[in-house]
Design a protein around this ligand. Sequence first.
Ligand SMILES: Nc1nc2c(c(=O)[nH]1)N[C@H]1C(S)=C(S)[C@@H](COP(=O)(O)OP(=O)(O)OC[C@H]3O[C@@H](n4cnc5c(=O)[nH]c(N)nc54)[C@H](O)[C@@H]3O)O[C@H]1N2
Ligand SMILES: Nc1nc2c(c(=O)[nH]1)N[C@H]1C(S)=C(S)[C@@H](COP(=O)(O)OP(=O)(O)OC[C@H]3O[C@@H](n4cnc5c(=O)[nH]c(N)nc54)[C@H](O)[C@@H]3O)O[C@H]1N2
Ligand code: SF4
Ligand SMILES: [Mo]
Length: 742
Amino acid sequence: MTTYRTCPLCEATCGLAITTRDREITSIRGDADDVFSHGFICPKAYALKELDADPDRLRRPLIRRRNGFEPVGWDDAFAEVERGLSAVIQKHGRQAVGAYLGNPNAHNLAGMLYVPVMLRALGTRNVFSASTVDQMPKQVSAGMMFGTILSIPVPDIDRTDYLLMLGANPLASNGSLLTAPDMKGRLRALRERGGRLVVVDPRRSRTAEEADEHLFIRPGTDAYLLFAMAHTILAEGLERPDRLAEHLAGLDQVRALAADFSPERVSEMCGIPAATIRRLARELAAARRAAVYGRIGTCTQEFGTLASWLVDVLNVLTGNLDREGGAMFTKAAAGARTGHGPGGRGRGVEFGRWRSRVRGLPEVYGELPVVCLAEEIETPGDGQIRALVTIAGNPALSTPNGGRLSGALATLDFMVSLDIYLNETTRHANVILPPTSTLTRGHYDLALYQLAIRNVAHYSPPVFAAADGDLDEWQILLHLTAIASGQGCVADVTVLDDMVAAALVQREVGGTGSPIAGRNADEILAALSTRRGPERLVDLLLRSGPYGDHFGVRPDGLSLGVLEEHPHGVDLGPLQPRIPEVLRTPSGKIELAPAPIVADVARLRGALDRTNGHMVLVGRRHLRSNNSWMHNLDVLVKGKPTCTLQLNPADAARLGIEDGGTARVASRVGSVDAPVEVTDAIMPGVVSLPHGWGHDQPDVAMQVARAHAGVNSNILADESAFDPLSGNAVLNGIPVTVERRP
Ligand SMILES: Nc1nc2c(c(=O)[nH]1)N[C@H]1C(S)=C(S)[C@@H](COP(=O)(O)OP(=O)(O)OC[C@H]3O[C@@H](n4cnc5c(=O)[nH]c(N)nc54)[C@H](O)[C@@H]3O)O[C@H]1N2
Ligand SMILES: Nc1nc2c(c(=O)[nH]1)N[C@H]1C(S)=C(S)[C@@H](COP(=O)(O)OP(=O)(O)OC[C@H]3O[C@@H](n4cnc5c(=O)[nH]c(N)nc54)[C@H](O)[C@@H]3O)O[C@H]1N2
Ligand code: SF4
Ligand SMILES: [Mo]
């Protein structure tokens, strides 16, 4: 039997054809008929078979006892969670419970739809996630400019003539905040139709190798480069906001701010000649259709929000925002906040509604910066975190100062982890709750389809039925919801699920913007009544979404049933211009100069004369790895180790370090010894180490990963360094010293 399924591993959403015999996978191929990926897949897709079969993947809940972890039944596990969480809540209140949400939540319906339900029941403001070691700066800048948490323009790579890419390596990562399977093919097509690809990166990445031009940049200085390009465009009168002009606020302020950042002024800082900066600016302005795209290298740095903002400032100045071949807004079939209503204006975004207790960092989109997590656990006082819930996250490896955080986790009164492995983080948990294999779940990319370069929709049915007694992730989350809301661990989660569905229906019929506003809630619930769990909620979101059937109003519209009839997905066409309808700012304008961003420019200006004396560390990704959690799959880790410290030959010679030798890398907060790879692909003065490694910790029950342990680069990342507007960690441009180890 063959099941067609979207790969849930990264943002590219490739279609897979998974052939099975009974409970066994016999083959995994790219689905040639997939409307979006047309058969493309990467090596990680094959690893889904190994992941499903991995003997170390947890099948039963674990409780930590005095002499190690013990497998238990679900009832015992939930009873233990109830005891542990209730004790902390009773004694210290709800703020004493923290939560950390990891990246796989964005690739999982349960994570998207039921984690918020669980968090509401928990009632804590101490919520942290992988977003503040990732894309939060982009979400902050885009939210301020356009109005919602996901108002992020994506480069229309299939139609552009010029793509300026900074801090991204889609040939390894397969794209991020840019859902587009087969980036390699799409970038090749761009060049074949005469377009130009320019990559700015302190490392000659695989993507840089494919580009027409690659420029080394000193890590953390993208905001200077982008400002100098804006400066050039404005100084030379090359700006052409065209159709956007009537929707813009703040252009004059940008003009004034850019005045301080001439190419000559920033050139040394960035390590890029002034003439090159001017040429880039002119090329961008002259291109018929162009897009600027920045990703993790431009976010996880000191000026992350400013760099993210300037990317879109350039898209606006050159008239490329919201036009074909420029940077455009997706119109997703389900779940988008800009999906309904007349639009054109909205509530906008608001940050700092509360602050972290110890350092006073502002809340963003309902969460606190994860750079604060360790101190919130360690520092005594009212509101100290004494219990932690982690859901699909591995902060011990993925967040700054992993050494300190691991120590802090060990001091918690109680910790529960929803996770499929006993790993570097979950080893600190009192209870680990494992959901069933990802192949037993239905799948729909609620989050990633909001950032796709075409409007697409694809529902994947489960490949296998869950075994008796296994719990799906949404069911576990509802059990935790029941416990957190004081209903105890025996509550019937089907009743809770009905309440979740009813509440979501109420939001649609009770709101003003929804196409089903004013309809009868019971009638809508009845129409959804054959489904339960995430499928019922997705059906609702699709049917009340922009392409939906609106429950009978548009019989040809989308529903989950329609998607089930289209196992290769439904293509809803190329992106269309959406301004002004897509805007949700209170002014109804594109806010080109939001006040907090304008204020932060002073910090950028103040750092202009800083000297670049020290060596700095950046990260990187490898095609066969996925953050921290796929290193237990032999197909992906066999062969040459990829967790190496890349060092430029000039630095290697100066430091007396040879290829294949060992170097000690030390930062303010820690040091690691790593094997060295001498390569001119890395800029002089910069070293690169990938993240997500360091599996040689006590108790970690991942045999293959342990044999390919690598070192944890986040031992070096400094939790005191962050981008102030977003609270995002600085993971690139970390000052380090490097020395030879015998
Ligand atoms: N230095 C440095 N650090 C970085 C980065 C960097 O570039 N440099 N990148 C950052 C980025 S972009 C990200 S997104 C973060 C990731 O940070 P995290 O999300 O904290 O880490 P992951 O490695 O994705 O860990 C995912 C966890 O989920 C578990 N898991 C996998 N599948 C499932 C599932 O279906 N259900 C459940 N419940 N659990 C599951 C895995 O076992 C693992 O424990 O790392 C960040 N850290
Ligand atoms: N194979 C694989 N795919 C993945 C992941 C994975 O771990 N492995 N992780 C997924 C996740 S969670 C995410 S968020 C995405 C991330 O996707 P991408 O953003 O494409 O991430 P990377 O491949 O790490 O590429 C980042 C690049 O930024 C460069 N860089 C570092 N510092 C700077 C700087 O200061 N300025 C500039 N201009 N460049 C800099 C690095 O050298 C690197 O080449 O990938 C996703 N896809
Ligand atoms: S590129 Fe991403 S979505 Fe596509 S097969 Fe590889 S891991 Fe899966
Ligand atoms: Mo990420």
